[in-house]
Each structure stands twice: as structure tokens, then as C-alpha cells.
Write a protein that binds this ligand. Sequence first.
Ligand code: PLP
Length: 385
Amino acid sequence: MQQLSAPWPDPVAYLARMRPDAPVLFLSPATLQATARRFQDGFPGMVTYAVKANARAEVLANLDTAGLSAFDVASPAEMRAVRAVNPAAVLHYNNPVRSPDEVAAGIGAGAASWSVDDESELDKLAQVPRGAEIAVRFTLPVKGAAYDFGEKFGASPERAADLLRRVAGGGWRPALCFHPGTQCEDAGAWESYIAAAAGIAARAGVRIARLNVGGGFAAHRTGPAPDLVEVFTRIKAATTRAFGADAPALICEPGRAMVSEAFTLAARIKGMRNDGETLFLNDGIYGGLTDLRDMGLTSRVQVLAPDGTPRKGAAQVRRVFGPTCDSLDRLPDGLALPADSAPGDYVLFAGMGAYSVAMTTAFNGYGLRDVVTVLQPTGHFPPES
Ligand SMILES: *Cc1c(COP(=O)(O)O)cnc(C)c1O
């Protein structure tokens, strides 16, 4: 048994020794805390964490240790998960559609900030204490993210101005919020939203104390690591440009970019067709690899023999299926793995902390459940691929 006080040095050491036959997610607390500090040092405002990206207690505890005290939650269960780690944590309840029971749970938990994107939802918040903040969520038809969140939530700028006026008139602290879409690689998306926010506040005749610029910060998937500092700088400059002396305090709520890099996922090759082209992993789109279906493949992949030796054969493109009996359980085409990869090998995917263990199902008796703590997140990855 692994001692809690003695984490494994890295995923390779664990795999070579334990030879797990189920997928494993490796957490490097040092990486997670370093990422949290990078956000806190660089972002020009308050940093919160979007719990949905990875709600594991180890994640929340490490972020708490790193000094994060406010969390973006979307459900009563997420509120409980946060408060179990830090009973004094500040809750931003940013799911704009809530049942009356959920509203009562948010009030009971003392949520400090609420988002809203429709009159019908603001009507449900009548009992929210007047000291709380209500942020109107708006959406723009801008691109830049891997997929668009604006189709589900967010009022048009015109309707947002009306709602903001109602929030201010109702006695709550008025704010605005948006989400540019996940894995947003274009800082211009934030600039467009921030300019629009100033327009909405002006049209409503309401001074907002805070502007929540959402999550969406890109994780390192392929190519060089995204430049978060450049995004932070452009957010700050856009806020000054749009609001001048009236600039609101900023909040961000990264999910993906906060947790992705702290985790490496190891799946095992359980079978290979004699065509040499088709292989089956013990994890797939119903487990920890769902995000690859939605975001595309990452190039940060490494194959290890069962004893931990890296496979070094020439890259060969494979057709990769997950372990369930559903033919949809397949990764996007184009995953290149070394030619000498073999059944029993481990395939390591770097940067897999977000939307992995959070999205896993138990379909067909498979899924990603095991999280192992390591000192270093990766084993034999090339430094920057
Ligand atoms: C999902 C979500 C986030 C986090 O998004 P990432 O793309 O993972 O950073 C932040 N805020 C809200 C309101 C969300 O729904």
C-alpha cells in the first residue's frame, strides 16, 4: 500500500512497480499550487476556481493551501465539496438557471455572488439577501474558443442592460459576467467582451463594482504552452480602455487552465489488432478521455513499456478505441504512437486534470477512478512538444 506521507516520485515509478490494469490519474500537488500562484501573481484581480473542471477533494485542498478562498460553484453538491475543505470559502453561485430548492440551498450556504441571464431567473432570486452581488451574464457572437458557451447561457447586451438595471433597482450589488468559451486561445475574445461590458453598464446607467471575466483560459494541449501573462495584460489594458477611471474590480474563474497541467493520465493498451493500426485502451470517451473527443487530440503523449521504459519507435498513426462495447467509444483520428507500442504498455497523456475524472462514467464497468499523488507530474515527456 502506498503511504500518504510518501508520494510516488512520478507516474513512471508507480506504473513500473504497480502495473495497474485500470486507468490512473496522477496528481502533482506542487504543479497545481504553482499554477494557482501563477494566476494569483499575474491576474489583475481576484482568482477563483471553477469547481466543475475537477471537484476532487485533493484539488480543492491544494488550491485552498495555495491561498484560493473563493470558488465558482454550479450546484449544491459543489458548494458542499468546497465547504468540506474550507468552511469559510466564499461561494460564487454562477449557474444562471436554478430550481427553487437550489436557490434556497445557495441562500442557506450564504453564496456571496449569483449570476443571472434572464428575467425569469432573477424573479426566483427575490429572497437573496440584499448584501449579495448579482452579476448579469451576457453573451456575444465572438469566436476564439474551442467551443462556444454562449449558446446556452447569457443575455444579449440589450437585455443585459435591462437586467442590470433591475438588479441595481432591486438593491443587490450589480455586476456583469461572461464566459468566452473553454480553451480560448484568442485574448481578443476577452477584449470584445470587456468593451461590451462597459457599453452595457453605460446603457443601463449603472456603475458596476465588479466584472467577472469567466474561465476559458487555455491549457497546454499541442504546440507551445499558452502565454497566460499576455492574456492577463490584455484583459487589464482592455478594462482600463473601456471603463477609464470607473474600472470595476476583476474576477476570473479558470477551471481547465488551473488544473489541467497538474495531472497526467495513464491508460493501458489492452489489445491490438493484427493490422497494427487498431488498438484498444482501458480508458476512453466514457472515462477520463472525454475531453479529447471534444477538444481534439493532444500531442503530449508518451508510451511506456510495462517496466517503464519509453517506447522510441517511429510515430505511427493509430485508430484508438476505448474499453466499452460502444463503437462511439473512439478517440479522434490521428493519434500517433511509437511503432513498437505493444499490448500491456501504458499511454501517458500530459495535462489531463480538467474534465477527465470529473466527466467519467461507470459505463460497461469501466471508467477513471484512481488518483495517485506524485512529486513530478510527468515521466519521460519531451520538454516542450
Ligand atoms: C465552466 C465554467 C468555468 C470554467 O471554464 P474553463 O474553460 O474550464 O476555464 C468558469 N465559469 C463558468 C461560469 C463556467 O460555467
